[in-house]
Every structure is written in structure tokens, then in C-alpha cells.
Design a protein around this ligand. Structure first.
Ligand code: PLP
Length: 397
């Protein structure tokens, strides 16, 4: 790449090279924009991969962080932190959950769910330890959640993985039925596969899953790390699909950009973990929790979730019009709320590169899908600006 900045080169030299970096020196973020040190302003259509739900540098979140930091930044788990209790209470009062276990990330929230599932199973019978997840899923990169991430490209170099895991074809009820047995303690599932290309679960499959969970007494663990917290126009995506899960995992935007995850526990498993069974030095961090309280206040504000669905309706019409104009480029449009996939096949990388030249930041997943995850408070003007920029790029293909 031409003209790599000094910062880019130092990053390459000093930080382990596990990420593809964009050659831009970000100076600051503001709402849906990132501004570089040259003053160029980029429209950010994936908001920290769905972390910056309220946009960059949201003042009320910054103020909550400052206020809490002025009191204390960390307490060991021997002490109760008020902001964490408040956050847990809000999560319980607005979901199926009876209790919350806090973590520092999404993968840790899933690790917690794995431990609970195994203990839940073993409490019934020592053989009941098998966990199923879907092919093409993404549940994280630590060894337990990586074992559930049903994609060999992430797993191959790190085998052997966790024992007693198997995979079913997403949306294939017959395949799922073949894989379940009395030895299954849990099934992990994303209701919309994010990393897998914005692929939505179908109703028939979910109905079968629920029937099987009752027959074989396994836990349904819904990974809402990407779909949760208003992303799909409901507080949890579960609400779209009429599914009552046993566990839901959250992270990403929960801390307004600070690291925090949560494992939400329903009544079947709220008491499974006992003192000493699980823990974390850092979680729940009081500052991240205070930011989380502010994030949840915003999402739960009257009319906020409705506004996401209204934006979806407006946006999807425009995208469909574009698909009609360019059917040879846009194969498919999927998603809910402000989690939208535009399948552009082999054009994905060139579209992403040209968008960048047009000061538009896009994320590509599954090699072929432009994954849109903008801040949930993106304005109609900003959506319109995306449409114009995206159209300009498509025209050049
Ligand atoms: C559905 C899903 N599960 C788990 C994870 C892992 O979360 P984290 O990167 O915070 O460990 C992600 C992250 O992209 C995700 O999208």
C-alpha cells in the first residue's frame, strides 16, 4: 500500500500482526464519523463492529465514565460495585434473565455459558456434556468458544479443540434432529449469523429446536453478542423470533466502547454456578458498567427501538431499489433493524476499497457480504449520504 503512515509502520512493528489494518490515522470520532489527522471525515457504517451503538464520543457516556472514574475505577470482587448492580438490574428487568454473570468480552461470555451448560448437564447425568453449534457460526476465538465456532478456517491451526462438540447445518431441522441425543447439554445459536454473512434463522427450524430442547432437556444458548442491545430493532433479537432462551450472551456495545460482556441466565440455570465455580479479576468493571447503564438508558428510551425499525423500513426500500438497478452486482439483501448484509459476491473487496476512497468505511464478512452495522442513532441524512456514496461506488464497477 502506498504512503503508509509512520503510525501504521510502528503498529506493524510493535503490535502482533493479527489484524488487517486500514491505513488511516484516526484523530477522533464524532457520531457516525471518524476524522483523521489530516481532517478527512469518514462515514463509519460499522461502528467498531457494532460496539459504538450510540456513535463515537457520545457525551452522556463520556460523562458517566468520568463520574465513575472519579469515584473508583476498579474494586476486587470482594466488593459490590453500585454501577454493576444497576446494570444487572436493568438487564434482568428488560429480558427473560433472572441473574447476570459479567465478563470482559463476548468470547468470555460464551466461555461462561459453556461452563454452565456442562455443569447443568453433569448435574443430570455424567454423560450429558455434549454441546452443539451451527456450521458457519461465530462464537469467539478462545479455545472453548472457538470450538463452537463452526468454521474450519478459524479452528484448523489450533486443534485439538474442546472435546464433545458437534455441529449441525444451520436451518436444517433434519440434520439437527440427527445430532441431538440425551447426552446433549446445550445448543449454541445465533439468530442472525453475523460473521457468517447476515444469515437469518428460519421459523420452522427454531420451532423444531424448541421441541427438541424439551424432549432432550438441553439448554438453548442464544449468542446475541452481535444481534443484541437493539441492533435488530428489539432489545434482544429473541423477541423477533418468539423464543425463550435459557442463556443469552451479550458484549460488543454493552459498555459504550469499554470492554464488558454479560451472560444472561434464565430460571433453569441461574443457580448452576456456585461460589468459586467461575470468576474474573476485572469483571464487572465499575466504569464499563456505568457506561453500560447509560447505553441501556438510551436503548430503552421511549420510541428508540421503534426508530430503528423505521430506519430499517426507509433504508431497505432504498437498498432494494439499488438492487433492482444493479442486479448483476447486488445478489441479495438480508438482515433486520440496523444489521444489514448486502451480498455483492466477488465485488466485495473492490467495493470496500473504492468506498474508502470515497470516505466511506465498510466492513466485509464471509468474503462477499457488505455488513452494515451503523450506530443505532444514525440520522436519515447519514443514511442518505451512505446511499449516495455507495451508489457512486457501484456505478464505477
Ligand atoms: C456472534 C458473536 N459471538 C461472539 C463474538 C466474540 O466476541 P469478542 O470479540 O468480544 O470476544 C463475536 C464477535 O464478533 C460475535 O459476533
Amino acid at each position: 500500500m502506498a504512503n503508509l503512515s509512520a503510525l501504521y509502520l510502528d503498529d506493524n512493528k510493535y503490535i502482533a500482526n493479527t489484524y488487517n489494518r486500514i491505513n488511516i490515522d484516526v484523530d477522533y470520532g464524532e457520531g457516525c464519523y471518524l476524522v483523521d489527522t489530516k481532517g478527512d471525515k469518514y462515514l463509519d457504517m460499522y461502528s467498531g463492529i457494532s460496539v459504538n451503538l450510540a456513535g463515537h464520543s457520545e457525551k452522556s457516556i463520556i460523562n458517566a465514565i468520568i463520574e465513575q472514574s472519579n469515584k473508583y475505577i476498579h474494586l476486587s470482587n470482594n466488593f459490590i460495585s453500585k454501577s454493576s448492580v444497576e446494570l444487572a438490574k436493568m438487564l434482568v428487568n428488560n429480558t427473560f434473565a433472572k441473574k447476570i454473570f459479567f465478563t470482559n468480552s463476548g468470547t468470555e461470555a460464551n466461555e461462561t455459558a459453556i461452563k454452565i451448560a456442562r455443569k447443568y448437564g453433569r448435574n443430570i447425568c455424567s454423560e450429558k456434556t455434549k454441546i452443539l453449534s451451527a456450521y458457519n457460526s461465530f462464537h469467539g476465538r478462545t479455545m472453548g468458544s472457538l470450538s463452537l465456532t463452526g468454521q474450519t478456517k478459524y479452528q484448523e491451526s489450533f486443534k485439538p479443540l474442546l472435546d464433545n462438540i458437534d455441529y449441525f447445518e444451520y436451518n436444517n431441522a433434519e440434520d439437527l434432529e440427527k445430532k441431538v441425543s440425551d447426552n446433549v447439554c446445550a445448543i449454541f445459536i445465533e439468530l442472525i449469523q453475523g460473521e457468517g454473512g447476515i444469515v437469518q434463522v428460519n421459523k420452522k427450524f427454531l420451532e423444531r429446536l424448541i421441541i427438541l430442547s424439551r424432549k432432550y432437556n438441553f439448554l438453548i444458548v442464544v449468542d446475541e453478542i452481535q444481534t443484541g442491545l437493539g441492533r435488530t430493532g428489539k432489545f434482544l433479537a429473541c423477541e423477533h423470533f418468539n423464543i425463550e432462551p435459557d442463556i443469552v450472551t451479550l458484549a460488543k456495545g454493552l459498555g459504550g466502547g469499554l470492554p464488558i460482556g454479560a451472560t444472561l441466565l434464565g430460571d433453569k440455570c441461574e443457580e448452576v454456578l456456585k461460589k468459586g465455580d467461575h470468576g474474573s479479576t476485572f469483571a464487572p468493571n465499575p466504569v464499563a458498567s456505568a457506561a453500560g447503564v447509560e447505553v441501556l438508558k438510551k436503548i430503552l428510551e421511549d420510541g428508540f427501538l421503534d426508530s430503528i425499525n423505521e430506519k430499517y423500513n426507509y433504508f431497505i426500500d432504498k437498498l432494494m431499489d439499488m438492487q433492482k438497478m444493479y442486479p448483476e452486482i447486488i445478489n441479495n439483501i438480508t438482515g433486520k433493524g440496523l444489521m444489514i448484509g448486502i451480498d455483492v459476491g466477488d465485488f466485495a473487496q473492490v467495493i470496500k476499497d473504492r468506498a474508502f476512497e470515497n470516505k466511506l468505511l465498510l466492513n466485509v464478512t464471509a468474503n462477499k457480504v457488505i455488513r452494515l452495522l451503523p450506530a443505532l442513532n444514525i440520522s436519515y441524512e447519514e443514511l442518505e449520504s451512505f446511499i449516495q456514496k455507495f451508489m457512486n461506488v457501484i456505478k464505477t464497477i
